[in-house]
Design a protein around this ligand. Sequence first.
Ligand code: COA
Length: 296
Amino acid sequence: MDLKRSGSQPSTSKDEPGDAVTYTTKELTAKTWRDFEKLFSQGNGWDFCWCIHFQRPHTLPKSEWRRTRAERGARNKREKKALVKQGRAHGILVYGKGEPLGWCQYGPKEELPRIEGNKNYRALGLNDSAKKLWRITCFVVDKKHRQCGVATVALKAALEAIRKRGGGVVEAYPIIPWEELCRARVRRCGHAPAFGNESTHGTLSMFEKQGFKKVGPYGLNNVVVRKTVTSARLDENSGSVSRSRARRSARHQRRRLQYHGARGSVSGAHRANDRPAAKPGNPAWRTVGTTAISKG
Ligand SMILES: CC(C)(COP(=O)(O)OP(=O)(O)OC[C@H]1O[C@@H](n2cnc3c(N)ncnc32)[C@H](O)[C@@H]1OP(=O)(O)O)[C@@H](O)C(=O)NCCC(=O)NCCS
């Protein structure tokens, strides 16, 4: 996926104002692991996490707790790498000038089971169990490249990847509008929150712009949103169905033209004789005996 943002907006990286930056995306795989590793090893707040939190169904038992962030980080990295190798971890890496600078985690619900531990969430059960359920849980954007649309690029690429994998219902858990969140936090705790700490799920507006609808509350600061994504295979099929339908209709049209072309000369002959077609149901005709005579 390749998306350009113009340099006139705050879409350029802050170290090189005025430049147009082309963002490209790749899926996390064993091949791109190195890039993921780079993005998660830069001394940022998320470095110890390795985006594994939602891949674990529960908090680890106390016996497995580690004392330091570095120890937790080393274990999380090891586990994430193993999951990537097994094809059980999905996500989108965003690149600018070849460097990884953004990330979005997505996956089928089985890969991100931690969400189900939330009481509010359980009350918002998905009624249509026939549809495959996907989750988009986390975002990470390098601080120098924030507010340039990188997370939005990652989100669009994740939706496209889901579409290619058969689509289904996609849900996410973005934070409520920032002003609202700040006011609520000040009321509750007496101080404003920091965007960087709160925003890992992305913002509600980001998702609404991609057609997601709010379903209900998740936590105090975020909500559940959902959207149905159609399968790329279905789109292709419907594409070929409509293509063959279009071919059939063109054939039909050609035949109609040939037929009417032929009839056109016949009706011309009728007009020349100034006689309507002899049809028993035609009010222009009355029947005398067995002979049809024209009124006109
Ligand atoms: C949340 C985050 C991913 C957004 O990335 P981004 O590339 O800056 O986002 P975008 O430029 O695509 O903007 C997305 C939306 O977020 C809003 N936004 C971004 N930064 C914001 C800020 N500081 N304050 C308020 N809103 C902000 C944008 O206005 C935009 O909303 P809009 O479409 O209504 O205008 C980024 O700030 C981040 O990485 N936060 C830290 C997350 C984290 O710590 N994760 C790891 C936890 S272990």
